[in-house]
Design a protein around this ligand. Sequence first.
Ligand SMILES: Nc1ncnc2c1ncn2[C@@H]1O[C@H](COP(=O)(O)OP(=O)(O)OP(=O)(O)O)[C@@H](O)[C@H]1O
Ligand SMILES: [Mg+2]
Length: 238
Amino acid sequence: MADLNDRCPSGINGLDELMEGGFPRGRTILVSGSCGTGKSTFGIQFLYNGIVMHNEPGILVTMEQTAEDLKKDMLKLGFDIEGEEKSGNLIILDRKRVIPEVDGLSDIVTDSMAKIKPKRMVIDSLGAINFLMGEGEKIRSELLTLSERIKNAGITTVLVSERQEGEEAISAHGIESYILDGVVILTIHPALDTRKMEIRKMRGTKHTLRMLDFDFTENGIEIVGGSGPKEGHKKVII
Ligand SMILES: Nc1ncnc2c1ncn2[C@@H]1O[C@H](COP(=O)(O)OP(=O)(O)OP(=O)(O)O)[C@@H](O)[C@H]1O
Ligand SMILES: [Mg+2]
């Protein structure tokens, strides 16, 4: 059983101090948001900073973008994921590698786990897995097998899931909510010209419930001070 006092720093500047120093280690956190809210960046930043700041190897399962596109996009935010892949600290499994193994999603990830002994994992995204591999009982059982293996290995995992704008329910695509130890929701607020992050749930953790402003910077995403409007922006009541 993971020790709840053992925290896994999120890699997001300004976030850990609002949740007892990080995610509970060895647990699974759902990062949910509509399109373009920053879910993939959140996940990759968690992995990349885990490697460079804490020497914790990671696995990225990316079903949306190809590994090549992702490497280019993330380099712009300062994350040299290709470099870390070459150094053997990161394994990237994109859809070209995963899809031929539809029946063995859990096995292909387990093989990589044996190679790299990861401390962190990102699965991006549940919706893309369902879209590309079907939503049936088979994929559901693959995901459940995988989540048990991840848990047994004590890996802290970020699961990415899409959510329709304004939708109240948090879609976990058939993943039982008991598996999720944390839920972080990302939203875009065009009227305020801000992005917001909300820690909806984080088991065993005293955390803020405030809607946190965050921004893209040259070091990825970071929480910006206070919950009010940005300087130069008028407060708009919506
Ligand atoms: N350097 C940057 N500066 C400002 N905004 C950026 C920058 N890089 C990316 N963005 C914003 O972040 C969005 C993409 O972030 P990301 O891919 O992490 O989001 P996502 O929620 O995973 O999106 P998707 O729904 O496509 O999977 C872009 O659409 C853009 O709005
Ligand atoms: Mg994405």
